[in-house]
Design a protein around this ligand. Structure first.
Ligand code: FO1
Length: 304
């Protein structure tokens, strides 16, 4: 079993590649960007993985359903409510069903399992926790929900910190713990470290469990040539005084990874990373096609 710690768009590409070449994969999903909007429970990172694996994902946007329309959302605006968080008409069905099942008493893990069976996906897809964790961005305009920062304010306020509300009182599910312990390899996807992986690491015990098995934990750098793949990652990393480089990534994951895959462009960091006690692998880490997704996936699974 290969287990991936996953966020949204960047992670999805690697997960899709792995799902094509491996028989048993498990994806541990971020819940920090889950949000209640329009009376609905929305889980962006979880849905991005579902839509990506089932061929529905809006490719240019990297979220929501391809070719979706926004009549529901426009009507919300007509009725005088804020409608900056763009829920598409087909995407809406996912949130309506999830909210109904949650209200009936299902856990997020059970609801996610329901969608997995509907989409007939082979991969195990499992939220890190059934508890509520909210990533909040502390900015020059005050503290706000991550979606508000990213979507409503288009990431313009200056970031001074990041808070994972509720994380300290949450717990990883037993199944997640078993996956971390028993998987032959754990891959940290090239996700935004602060907003996608950070909420998981803030849950008591997660870092400890990863540290115990760090030799089998491989991070794929989400940074190439001082540029993070994910939009706001640079801003969040700066606020946490982390360099936007493989060194900053290694520092953030310090103690929980044994290996790191970095871009060939970042060769100048190779020695410094090795001095931190990491095994360092250089490869092409951009995934601009399904072919490249599979190629990176097979490179990572080939690491011994
Ligand atoms: N991202 C946007 O930039 N604008 C949106 O209006 C928006 C709506 C949205 C609705 C459902 C969903 O699952 C994702 C959505 N996203 C939107 C993406 C989301 O804000 C982030 O990319 C993730 O939370 C980052 O992990």
């Amino acid at each position: 079993m290969i287990t991936i710690l996953s966020g949204g768009t960047g992670s999805m590409k690697l997960v899709r590649g792995l799902s094509r070449i491996e028989n048993s994969i498990a994806v541990i999903l971020n819940v920090g960007d889950n949000v209640w909007k329009y009376g609905l429970y929305i889980c962006p990172d979880i849905d991005t993985i579902f839509y990506g694996l089932s061929g529905l994902l809006g490719v240019s946007r990297g979220w929501g359903i391809r070719g979706d329309t926004f009549n529901f959302l426009d009507q919300i605006g007509e009725l005088g409510l804020e409608n900056w968080f763009r829920i598409g008409d087909r995407d809406l069905a996912t949130h309506v069903i999830r909210t109904k099942l949650i209200r009936q008493g299902m856990t997020l893990t059970q609801v996610t399992e329901y969608f997995r069976s509907v989409y007939k996906l082979k991969a195990i897809l499992i939220p890190i926790s059934n508890d509520s964790i909210e990533t909040r961005i502390v900015t020059s305009r005050g503290e706000m929900n991550i979606q508000e920062f990213w979507v409503k304010y288009k990431a313009t306020p200056k970031v001074v910190g990041v808070v994972y509300k509720g994380a300290k009182n949450s717990r990883m599910t037993d199944r997640v713990m078993r996956l971390i312990r028993s998987s032959e390899r754990i891959i940290i996807a090239p996700a935004n470290p602060i907003s996608s992986i950070g909420p998981m690491l803030a849950i008591p015990g997660v870092k400890n469990e990863l540290a115990k098995v760090r030799k089998k934990v491989i991070a794929i750098s989400p940074v190439q040539g001082k540029q993070a793949f994910s939009g706001p990652a640079t801003k969040y990393m700066k606020a946490l005084k982390l360099d936007t480089s493989p060194m900053g990534i290694a520092k953030y994951y310090s103690g929980i990874i044994g290996s790191i895959v970095i871009s060939k462009e970042d060769r100048p960091y190779e020695n410094k990373l090795m001095k931190l006690g990491l095994k360092v692998y250089l490869n092409d880490i951009t995934m601009n096609s399904l072919h490249e997704e599979c190629r990176l996936a097979s490179f990572v699974t080939g690491i011994t």
